[in-house]
Design a protein around this ligand. Structure first.
Ligand SMILES: Cc1ncc(COP(=O)(O)O)c(C=O)c1O
Length: 443
């Protein structure tokens, strides 16, 4: 049996929605994107939102909005996908890598030790779907606000270091209040909007790439949570940034022209201005049509992943070699509903050598398990540019070193069949027995 790490879950509803857009005569950014944005805004509960071409583009645009560039520092976790740090490099700022906590999220303690006068932003990563502790990160940023200065109007309005969320993994996670209706009840109720907003970062950026919790093939969204950022002004600037710096996009001009004609006014549909040398990061109506269907299917997609998680959790509870990775210990499990994105397991015994053996043996049986992630400081670009010595790595990244050498991710997508799941669990247990025996004979 061949089991890929991921398979996209798109069906006839997505195909029909896409076909309708293709037949409509308007396939780039238009009304569907606006409807998708409204639906996302409602789902996330943010103040303002803009959909765009990717999470990378969103993170990059936010750093640009805050005027972050050469001479500035941005702190982020060493355990993430390269995109999180690549945007920092691309705006010309310095990437300051921090360690993770036991929960495998950006460690607030490590961040605090790395703050300088040059720090302009902290990017938390919602690893595997588990939100970073934005409450703690905002507290640290506030504590250091006297040392902070910026000439950027959005940064000045905020009055402190920006706390940005790379929420590429966590679409569908939301703050909750667990309250006991009856004894032992695990019922969940959404928090009041204000309390929920306080648990988020100042701004969050989501990904709808093919492997994410919902997909638009490629795509992303920037969600603004903090009122102090003047969300409407920030949104207007972002809209302009992501589409050439144009004051009025083609869809608005077409719409204005129609309403002007109805009102018998002289239509000036050709007019626009360029207010910035912008980028080209807009989302298309085809992507938005896909996303709208996926959004409707989100609860069912999530239920399927929950069933897979329950099945994996059962075999892990009996395992001598593996356990659930540390993110399942996240403190904020109590205050968030977590939409799982990856299922990460951690070796109890052994390190990278044994972990690599597990990955190889699973692969030999047709199961494409994966690794999320090799620490950024081990990857060529970051290794050569920041050049940490072995001693510095041990001192600065003790948790990242410990965890990254022991983790692997099992296939965890809604297209997995019962048969495939039972194949994975039986092979996983077989590989576990083999590796355990090999470890024991060595000692
Ligand atoms: C943690 C993280 N951040 C950012 C990204 C980039 O997302 P996108 O492909 O939408 O730019 C990814 C993509 O996998 C990711 O895993």
């Amino acid at each position: 049996m061949q089991i890929p790490f991921h398979k996209s879950d798109v069906g006839s509803a997505e195909i029909n929605a896409l076909t309708a857009v293709l037949r409509s005569g308007w396939i780039s950014s238009g009304s569907k994107v606006l409807v998708f944005e409204e639906a996302l805004k409602k789902q996330i509960g943010c103040r303002e939102l803009i959909a765009l071409s990717s999470c990378w583009a969103g993170l990059f645009s936010v750093l640009k909005l805050f005027g972050i560039g050469p001479g500035d520092e941005v702190i982020t976790t060493a355990l993430t996908f390269a995109a999180t740090a690549n945007v920092i490099e691309q705006v010309g700022a310095t990437t300051v890598l921090a360690d993770i906590s036991d929960a495998m999220l950006l460690s607030a303690e490590s961040v605090e030790g790395l703050l300088t006068k040059k720090t302009k932003a902290i990017i938390g990563v919602d690893y595997a779907g588990f939100p970073a502790d934005y409450h703690a990160l905002k507290k640290i940023a506030t504590k250091h606000k006297k040392k902070f200065s910026s000439s950027n109007p959005f940064h000045q309005a905020l009055g402190r270091i920006l706390v940005l969320a790379d929420s590429a993994h966590s679409f569908g996670s939301f703050p909750i209040r667990k309250f006991p209706i009856r004894k032992n009840s695990s019922a969940q109720k959404p928090l009041s909007r204000l309390s929920a907003l306080s648990l988020h970062a100042d701004i969050g950026v989501y990904s709808f790439h093919a492997v994410k919790n919902i997909t638009t093939a490629e795509g992303g969204a920037i969600a603004i949570f903090n009122k102090r950022l003047r969300p409407k002004a920030a949104l207007a600037q972002l809209r302009c940034f992501i589409l050439h710096g144009i004051s009025r996009d083609a869809y608005s001009r077409e719409k204005d022209q129609k309403s002007n004609l109805r009102a018998s006014k002289y239509p000036r549909h050709w007019e626009y201005d360029i207010t910035a040398a912008g980028y080209k990061f807009n989302m298309t109506d085809m992507q938005a049509a896909l996303g709208l269907v996926q959004l409707q299917r989100l609860p069912r997609l999530e239920k399927k992943r929950q069933a897979i998680e329950a099945c994996y959790a059962k075999i892990l509870s009996k395992s001598k070699l593996f356990r659930m990775a540390g993110n399942h210990l996240a403190k904020n499990m109590q205050s968030w509903h977590i939409a799982r994105h990856l299922f990460v397991v951690e070796l109890r015994l052994g390190r990278a050598k044994e972990r690599d053996l597990v990955l190889q043996r699973l692969y030999a049986h047709g199961i494409a398990a994966n690794l999320h992630y090799r620490p950024l400081y081990t990857l060529k670009y970051y290794k050569e540019k920041y050049n940490f010595t072995a001693t510095q790595i041990t001192k600065r990244f003790p948790k990242t070193e410990e965890k990254a050498s022991r983790i692997l991710s099992l296939p965890f997508h809604s297209k997995l069949t019962k048969l495939e799941l039972s194949y994975i669990t039986s092979i996983f247990q077989r590989v576990e027995d083999e590796i355990l025996k090999e470890i024991q004979t060595k000692h």
